[in-house]
Design a protein around this ligand. Structure first.
Ligand code: AMP
Length: 114
């Protein structure tokens, strides 16, 4: 999708600190980190929200979680722990409409979330 900022990051058209990438998934640091580790994991394919994720992309959606775990291992927060979140639409707080997991760690998370 031409105007999508995360598509542009996935295509290397705008810069990001990329920590992991493969044929289907890219992970890069969030520009406004909310924790010592704050990484976004996106599919290369544009999917606007989780609501639009087609059943045939179940594997791709699962790969996002596995990539988040891989990044957590690389950043050595896998044993201390971390949180993985996907926001959807207004009440979920989604601001970029290309699905992404937030990988948050490096400090204790609170619950319930705000
Ligand atoms: P969400 O509110 O769940 O849609 O999350 C969008 C996230 O994208 C926010 O945490 C932003 O800080 C982050 N973000 C927006 N633009 C960029 C960018 N160019 N590079 C890295 N992170 C970004």
């Amino acid at each position: 999708m031409e105007s999508c900022i995360f598509c542009k990051i996935a295509q290397g058209e705008i810069p990001a600190e990329i920590l992991y990438e493969d044929e289907q998934v890219v992970a890069f640091r969030d520009i406004h980190p909310q924790a010592p580790v704050h990484v976004l994991v996106i599919p290369r394919r544009h999917i606007a929200t989780l609501n639009e994720a087609p059943a045939e992309e179940a594997e791709l959606v699962g790969r996002l979680s596995l990539a988040a775990a891989e990044v957590a291992r690389r950043l050595r927060i896998d044993q201390s722990g971390y949180r993985v979140v996907m926001n959807c639409n207004r009440d979920g707080g989604q601001t970029v409409f290309h699905i992404h997991l937030h990988l948050l760690g490096g400090r204790a998370m609170t619950w319930p979330p705000g």
